[in-house]
Ligand binder design. Structure first.
Ligand SMILES: Cc1cc2nc3c(=O)[nH]c(=O)nc-3n(C[C@H](O)[C@H](O)[C@H](O)COP(=O)(O)OP(=O)(O)OC[C@H]3O[C@@H](n4cnc5c(N)ncnc54)[C@H](O)[C@@H]3O)c2cc1C
Length: 399
């Protein structure tokens, strides 16, 4: 990574935020020859550093988010080539791990809920196979013998988001991206176009293009119209199976009316268990109740998990929007590009976001698939025409 300590005076593009969105966009832009500066914020706080890394366009599908499904599927399609490219450019593993994912239901009510999801997937033409408890346990022997039913979903996979983030940082550095540790306070502009940014310490960078990619904090920037992005707190655990066997598949479990996921890594030393979903703003606390519920539900799905070491507890902030879909596209001022609000699907949406930002900045073109996700949909919502009027995710999914 090419970290700089003094603030550059000019750049072709300033990217605000050093999470997956900022890193992937900056790498794409620098690879095309632009002088890109990432103002990275606080790397440890990034949701990209905390997330579980499920790539779950299928199991994340909900009844109210069909438009988002199209974007999710488009990004999933790009993942294998994107991951290979990042790996090639960085010399580091991308973290991509192929599927399938298995969903399981703990009791009869959970099974009814899962059956509803299976019906919905069938209606959408998304592949899934219903499993008996025995069939599910043949595929994933660590599952509890008491589970009622399973659903095998070949279209979902996972990606170790920490590995991907490290690889994108390295790939960016090798392509000439300059990284500045610090915070953007203000986006400067003339009457109708951006002219750069002012950092928290008062120093300035002049640039004709500014990309807003600072996740859950995007609503705090001054100098641009306020973005409807809020933090959705998630508590998440990392268990280390040590010498005990760990599941081979990503397991999603409906457990007594709640949902949980367990995401294994190839190293065998990390099983990510997540996550709570809390409307508490930027609350940093890891709570006894949050940890208890996650461990309790993990045990219902995989009893062996009680033997694992509790290696890490953390909190991250999903960048939530009123309709749970990202804000992608041009901003209100010329030269302003928005890539935020990825809520619970940001790891999945990294490839399409990077390509969409590059397309806008390098070729002044908008990828058709991102067109429904412009920020203007929220302006229209007051007159009753926007996607933002659709109800919130009603499954309470906890990614
Ligand atoms: C618990 C949890 C589990 C998740 N699981 C999944 C999953 O399984 N699959 C999936 O696809 N997605 C998942 N997500 C969602 C995903 O992590 C996010 O959507 C995605 O990481 C957002 O990336 P980002 O780059 O926009 O923001 P972030 O990764 O949050 O990065 C933003 C960065 O900007 C910095 N910053 C803030 N303000 C400023 C400023 N003013 N100037 C400069 N920098 C600034 C911050 O410090 C931060 O480093 C999960 C999220 C959470 C919290």
């Amino acid at each position: 990574m090419n970290t700089i300590s003094s603030v550059p005076v000019t750049a072709d593009v300033v990217v605000i935020g050093g999470g997956l969105m900022g890193r992937a966009a900056a790498w794409r832009l620098a690879s095309a020859g632009l002088d890109a500066v990432v103002v990275a914020g606080e790397p440890q706080a990034a949701a990209s550093n905390v997330a579980a890394g499920m790539l779950a366009p299928v199991t994340e599908t909900t009844f109210t988010e069909e438009l988002l499904l199209g974007l999710n599927l488009a990004s999933m399609e790009r993942y294998p080539s994107f991951a290979a490219e990042v790996s090639e450019a960085s010399g580091l593993p991308s973290g991509l791990r192929s599927g399938p994912t298995i969903s399981i239901a703990y009791n009869a009510d959970d099974a009814a809920r899962m059956a509803q999801l299976a019906d919905y997937l069938t209606r959408l033409g998304l592949e899934s196979t219903r499993l008996t408890s025995r069939e599910a346990r043949q595929l994933e022997p660590l599952l509890a013998p008491t589970i009622r039913a399973g659903l095998l979903v070949p279209g979902d996979a996972s990606c170790d988001n920490r590995q991907l983030l490290a690889a994108l940082r390295e790939a960016g550095g090798r392509s000439g991206v300059r990284t500045l540790t610090g915070f953007v306070h203000h986006v400067s502009s003339t009457a109708d176009r951006v002219t750069g940014v002012v950092l928290a310490d008062g120093s300035e960078i002049s640039a004709p293009t500014v990309v807003v990619a600072n996740g859950a904090w995007a609503g705090q920037l001054t100098g641009i119209p306020a973005l409807p992005v809020r933090p959705v707190k998630g508590q998440i655990l990392r268990l280390d199976p040590g010498r005990f066997p760990q599941p081979g598949l990503v397991v999603r479990a409906f457990t007594r009316g709640t949902e949980i996921y367990l995401v294994p890594r190839d190293s065998g030393h990390e099983l990510v268990v997540g996550a709570t979903s809390e409307e508490l703003g930027f609350d940093r606390r890891v709570t006894a109740g949050g940890v208890y519920e996650l461990l309790r539900d993990a045990r219902l799905a995989i009893p062996m998990s009680t033997e694992y070491v509790l290696a890490e507890t953390s909190v991250g902030y999903r960048p939530g929007t009123p309709d749970n879909a990202p804000i992608l596209g041009r901003g209100a001022l010329a030269g302003l590009v928005l890539a935020t609000g990825h809520h619970r699907n940001g790891v999945l949406l990294t490839p399409i976001t990077a390509d969409a930002v590059a397309e806008l900045i390098l070729h002044d073109r908008s990828l058709p698939v991102i067109e429904p996700f412009g920020v203007e949909r929220f302006d229209r919502s007051t007159s009753g025409r926007a996607t933002s009027e659709r109800p919130q995710n009603d499954r309470g999914v906890r990614t």
